[in-house]
Structure formats: C-alpha cells, structure tokens
Design a protein around this ligand. Structure first.
Ligand SMILES: O=C(O)[C@@H](O)[C@@H](O)[C@H](O)[C@H](O)CO
Ligand SMILES: [Mg+2]
Length: 407
C-alpha cells in the first residue's frame, strides 16, 4: 500500500579532516540510492560517531527511507533519553540523509519537497574580523566589494591577547585547535570598551545600506547586554548574537527592557524547547538553530513554524564547522521557509569543497541550493579517506583571575 518502499540496507559514518573534522552519515537503499547527513559536533565529534554507529545505525537497517517522520519520532522518543547536542546531531544526520534520498528518488531538489521556493535566493552574511578595528573594517569593505549585503564585525579588543571570532595573524579563522583546549583570558570591561567604536567605524566606512551584525558569543550578563544594546542602537545593528547564555530564557526579558537592538540566539540549541519561551515572549528576533544540531530539517521546520507565529525569523548558523552537507540543507530550508531572515556563510576551504562537491552557489550577496535532486551535495570518499581525524577542541575562556568563563 502507498509509495514503493525504499528499504535501507546499509549506513556508515565517514570521518574526515580536510583542515578541520567533519562527520558524515551515508545511508543507502536497496536500489542503490544514497543520502548524506552532517553529524559534525565541533570538539565532540567522536561522541556522535559512536552514537550513530553503536546505537542508531542498527535500528535503521530494513526500515523504509521514505518514512522520515516515523524514523525521526522513533529515534527521538525511542531513545528514552531526549534532547542534547549529541543525540540531536545524530538524529539530524539521519534526517538530512533521508530527505536527500527522498529528493533523489523524486528527482526533485529538497526545497521543492518543503513547499517550493518562497524567494529567489537566501541573503547571506560574511565574517569580517581583525586584530584591530581598522583591520576589521578593511576586511568588511572587501566583503562588500564581493557583493555581501550583510557583514558580521568581530575585532580584537585592546588589552586582550585573543578573543572570539578573530583569526590568528595571517591564518583562516578556525576556533577548534590543539589536542587539548587552548585557554584564553577574557575581560568583559575591555571587550565592552571596543564594541561601540567598532560598530560606529563600521557605519562610517560602510554606510547604511549594508547590514552590520555582531556576535557577543554568550559572554555578557543580561544587564550588560542591555547596556551594550542600548549603546549600539544609533548604529542600527542587524542583530546582536548570543548576548548571554540562553539556558535561562527568561533572562532575556531584562535585555528587552533596556534595548530595541535586534537579538539572535540559538546556534547551540538542539530542540524547540530551547527556544520556546524566547519565541513565545518575543524575547528574540532571529532564531539561529540549524539543521545539523537541531534534529535536521524535520525539526527545524517546527522551530521555524513556531517562530513565524511570533514574527521571529530564521538566521541559521553556518560556520565552517558545519559541513557543506549542512550548508546545502540549510539553503534548501532557507529558500522555502516563509520567515527566512538571513543565512550565515563562512566559506569552507578548497580542500573541504573538494571532499564535498555541491550544487549550491554564491552570487551577489545571496546563495541558492541549486536544483540537483536531493540536497545537491556529495562526498568523495577516496579523497575524504586521505584526511585523518585529528582531535581538536574549542577554546576554554577564563577571567583574568582564573575563573572559567563562557567562550
Ligand atoms: O556565529 C558563529 O558562527 C559562531 O558562534 C561560531 O563560529 C561558533 O563559535 C562555532 O560554530 C563553534 O564551533
Ligand atoms: Mg555565533
């Protein structure tokens, strides 16, 4: 009865490290159709590999790949232990791979299965950073010259040796480094002194037709974030991201009482429950949850649907520690979802793009997932096999008195 079964006969995890680690799930059906899912969890990759290999894959064999919702519910409710980044990244990988398979069998790009295109393309924002404000602005101007309509500004702060979002001199920005976590010192006061000048100089140099974004990266208390937001209002930021750790969703009321600066939160969220109060009380303006860490397309659509009721828009995370498989899936989602806001774009390296050939394209500040059937991304397993996994950690931040803080 119903559509022909697409029986899952095998699934395997491919770990590769073309400059940084990626974990990819490949699911294959009896007819030889295969789908890919990103399962990368920066700094904890092996945990998701084991969750997939030891606990999920045995349950997939023999199931009908078309039954995406049923398999999602089976993996979510059937585990008993719900939520969390490891579980939801594993479920996300399965979900992405099943949507990829369904699109390939239907001969349609996934966005067509999600309701078709709601726009011509997805506006993206690029990352401008530098050790100083001048360097950051120079980098931002270069992004605008490449057609970006939105740029995130992150600069070093005088007196701080290193800070989130700023690449080491002459290197690409890649926060996960070292076989043990790098420790960096943090001073809120030194940081707070540097942000308003950064945004002010950004407006002076770039004018008002470019969106300027800034990522606070969980490092302020709610009242400090309220103060900073108020200080930045004259420079009209497109959003202030992760102003304060979001476990206490009610804490964002304090920020809202002090500033109208738009707030974006959620790249570390892994289910709708992490964002429910923030959305329902309109404490945020953009929800950053993305495909690989929030349970895949199936769950991300639910988060976006709830957000749409409260005029909250999407702003999916898209750092380089999310593989091109996630970027492809996020673009199919972003092209179709009614309340799309913006998509983060940190271009991957040439090595990564060679391992993951893909159909998505950048042009003039926008991206499109392409019209290849499925997600439109592949993995060159022979090439992937040349890049051995290399354990790497995200940094640990400490205050100047040694107290562990939020990185
Ligand atoms: O907004 C962002 O892109 C950042 O918050 C990320 O770079 C984040 O630090 C990394 O994805 C962590 O792995
Ligand atoms: Mg961020």
């Amino acid at each position: 009865m119903g559509a022909q079964r697409a029986e899952i006969i095998s699934a395997r995890v491919i770990v590769t490290c073309p400059g940084r680690n990626f974990v990819t799930l490949r699911i294959e059906t009896r007819d030889g159709v295969y789908g890919l899912g990103d399962a990368t969890l920066n700094g904890r990759e092996r945990a998701v590999v084991s969750y997939l290999e030891d606990h999920v894959i045995p349950c997939l064999i023999g199931r009908d790949a078309h039954r995406i919702e049923d398999i999602w519910q089976y993996l979510y409710k059937g585990a008993y232990w719900r939520r969390g980044p490891v579980t939801m990244s594993a479920i996300a990988a399965v979900d992405m791979a099943l949507w990829d398979i369904k699109g390939k069998i239907a001969g349609l790009p996934v966005y067509q299965l999600l309701g078709g295109a709601s726009r011509e393309g997805c506006m993206v924002y690029g990352h401008a950073n530098g050790a100083t404000i001048e360097e950051t602005i120079e980098n931002a101007i270069a992004h605008v010259e490449q057609g970006y309509r939105a740029v995130r500004l992150q600069s070093g702060a005088p007196g701080l040796k290193a800070t989130y979002g700023v690449a080491k001199a002459g290197e690409r920005y890649e926060p996960a480094d070292g076989a043990l976590p790098t420790e960096s010192l943090w001073s809120t006061e030194k940081y707070l002194r540097s942000v308003a000048p950064l945004l002010e100089k950004g407006r002076e140099a770039l004018g008002w037709d470019v969106h300027l974004l800034h990522d606070i990266h969980h490092r302020l208390t709610p009242i400090e974030a309220g103060r900073l937001g108020k200080e930045l209002e004259p420079f009209r930021p497109f959003w202030l991201e992760d102003p304060t750790p979001a476990e206490n969703q009610a804490g964002f009321r304090l920020i809202r009482q002090h500033t109208t600066a738009p707030i974006a939160v959620g790249e570390i969220f892994n289910t709708i429950w992490d964002a429910k109060q923030l959305i329902e009380e309109q404490l945020i303006d953009y929800v950053r949850a993305t495909v690989v860490h929030a349970g895949g397309l199936t769950h991300l659509r639910r988060i976006a649907a709830l957000a749409d009721l409260y005029q909250v828009r999407t702003g999916c995370h898209g750092a380089t520690d999310l593989s091109p498989v996630s970027m492809a899936a996020a673009l199919h989602f972003g092209l179709s979802v009614p309340n799309f806001g913006i998509q983060e774009l940190m271009p991957h390296t040439k090595e990564t793009d060679a391992v993951f050939p893909h159909a998505y394209r950048y042009a003039d500040g926008m991206m499109h997932p392409g019209d290849a059937p499925g997600l439109g991304v592949d993995i060159d397993e022979a090439l992937a096999g040349r890049y051995e996994y290399k354990r790497a950690y995200l940094p640990v931040a400490r205050l100047e008195d040694g107290t562990v803080f939020n990185w």
